[in-house]
Design a protein around this ligand. Structure first.
Ligand code: NOJ
Length: 531
């Protein structure tokens, strides 16, 4: 007997929705989204049926990395609103039965944070050791070969004090020294500040970066590096990330959170599955959800997807709760990666696989990457790594076919997609075959079928490009068949298939199924509640 649905945590049953605040809804009329804007759209999120809203950073920031460079961890960036707005947002989200997850960025601050200003002011400043300062190598160059994710060396020379500081991202984002107990304490206090307010969890930015090798050893060269790839790939990052000590830090975070009840700790982690799952930690001392980005990275064909799902499922230990992500503010949009029809199949996967789904704003209406003309480029990554801008996937949410897509009353900070008049919430709500209708229906069905929310995952096989699996909870079963290929495919079952077709992506009439086989058209999928 499996546990009853009620015995699962909200975040096991729920669906997370990521809001990129600059681009969700602009209420103030300055072209950039804000907290009041999010409040205006909560009814939409409740209608869609998501359970938790994760908001990317809203703290005071010079916006060198659009909020992932913070100058005050317990404040609100005026561009987004005030602390009063925040309190109201939290209250409204709760009132509508949803949860709020904040972004926590503990790996680095802005170079303008008072902590860093103090730290760089002199070698003997009490906050010197809050950041990672090292003497130059004997040749005067950087202390070691660690690279920045945003290109070039990870070390920046400070003329004034004659040392280098480490920054895994922009030089405007110096890394904190998590070996210093005062840093730990300060960040844990930040967490408590928001927990006391009532936030329901954190998505922790680059959590696997928090701890670095204490000997600062050089990373070994990457034998597979291809010239022209980002600098960060030149070496295997054996010493600059994913160090054993990181798990103690995470255990500390859990200690801070657990007394507050059912709060959720998510870790942003880009590592292979084998390493990823170590972040669940021992006996509940890890993150609840190490973000699983495998569907973003996998080669998009049935064989690879089927192998991936099985490998991931097989890597989880009892008590490890799975999760799936299709996109975020750092990655090309799913629709641009795999095309519209496949993006529909991806939606089916996301919402029928076992584990908490995280959706990225706009994917549910089929937003695609938007071409950004050179004069409108915003992302600093484009400056340090030309061609790697993340602006295309951060464009304003398309609410209606009104001016500026109903996002703002003025020209938005990033250009709108040119097809927003057809692809927007208002229009798609009314259209039976739209991406939004599919998402809405998938969410509805997931909510009404405990097997989809918490049921076991049972792979039934791969026949050509047709992937078939079952979800089972206390005897109730749902069958999912997804045909990634362009040709019609048939799934031959060993037992009689009997049930009700709840969803058909192509929109074929739903209804009863009684057969020994199911035939699925190319790039179509069905979800069937078995009798
Ligand atoms: C990961 C965030 O998602 C990304 O947007 C940011 O640039 C880096 N971390 C640095 O904070």
């Amino acid at each position: 007997m499996q546990k009853e649905l009620e015995e699962y945590r909200w975040w096991q049953k729920g669906i997370i929705y990521q809001v990129y605040p600059r681009s969700f809804k602009d209420a103030s009329g300055d072209g950039t989204g804000d907290l009041q804007g999010i409040m205006q759209k909560l009814d939409y999120l409740a209608w869609l049926g998501v359970d938790a809203v994760w908001v990317s950073p809203i703290y005071p920031s010079p916006m060198d990395d659009f909020g992932y460079d913070i100058t005050d961890y317990t404040g609100i960036e005026p561009l987004f609103g005030s602390m009063q707005d925040f309190d109201e947002l939290l209250h409204l989200i709760h009132q509508k039965g949803m949860k709020l997850i904040l972004d926590l960025v503990p790996n680095h601050t802005s170079y303008l944070h008072p902590w860093f200003k103090e730290s760089r002011s002199s070698r003997d400043n009490p906050r010197r050791d809050w950041y990672i300062w090292r003497d130059p190598a004997p040749d005067g160059g950087p202390p070691n070969n660690w690279q920045s994710v945003f290109g070039g060396s990870g070390w920046e020379w400070d003329e004034e004090t004659g040392q280098y500081y480490y920054h895994a991202f922009l030089k405007e984002q110096p890394d904190l020294n998590w070996r210093n107990p005062d840093v730990k304490k300060a960040m844990f206090d930040v967490m408590r500040f928001w927990l006391e307010k009532g936030v329901d969890g954190f998505r922790v930015d680059v959590i696997w970066h928090l701890m670095k090798d204490h000997l600062f050893r050089d990373n070994p060269p990457n034998p597979d590096y291809i010239e022209g790839e980002p600098d960060i790939k030149r070496y295997l990052n054996a010493y600059s990330e994913d160090q054993p000590g990181v798990h103690d830090i995470i255990a500390g975070m859990r200690k801070v959170m657990d007394p507050y009840g059912e709060r959720l700790l998510i870790g942003e982690i880009y590592l292979p599955i084998g390493r990823l799952v170590t972040y669940y930690g021992k006996e509940g001392a890890g993150v609840h959800l190490p973000f699983n980005f495998q569907l973003i990275q996998v080669a998009w064909d049935a064989e690879s997807i089927y192998a991936l799902v099985n490998e991931y499922e097989g890597s989880l230990l009892p008590g490890n709760w799975p999760n799936w992500v299709l996109g975020n503010h750092d990655k090309d949009r799913v629709l641009s990666r795999i095309g519209e029809q496949q993006a529909r199949l991806a939606a089916v996967l996301l919402l029928t696989l076992r584990g908490t789904p995280t959706m990225y704003y706009g994917d549910e209406i089929g937003m695609h990457d938007v071409h950004i003309p050179p004069e409108r480029i915003q992302d600093p990554k484009e400056l340090t790594m030309p061609g790697y801008s993340r602006d295309p996937q951060r464009t304003p949410m398309q609410w209606s076919n009104a001016a500026y897509a109903g996002f703002s009353e003025t020209e938005p900070w990033l250009p709108l997609a040119d097809d927003y008049q057809a692809r927007n919430v208002e229009t798609e709500k009314e259209a039976a075959g739209s991406m939004l209708s599919l998402y809405k229906r998938l969410i509805e069905v997931r909510k009404q079928e405990p097997a989809l929310q918490v049921g076991d995952f049972i792979p039934l096989g791969l026949q050509g490009q047709l992937m078939v699996f079952k979800r089972i909870h206390n005897g109730a079963g749902v069958l999912v068949a997804i045909n990634f290929g362009k040709e019609k495919a048939v799934y031959q079952s060993e037992t009689k298939l009997q049930g009700e077709i709840l969803i058909s992506v192509s929109g074929k009439p739903e209804g009863r199924l009684v057969a020994d086989s199911i035939s699925i058209e190319g790039e179509d999928a069905v979800v069937v509640r078995l009798d």
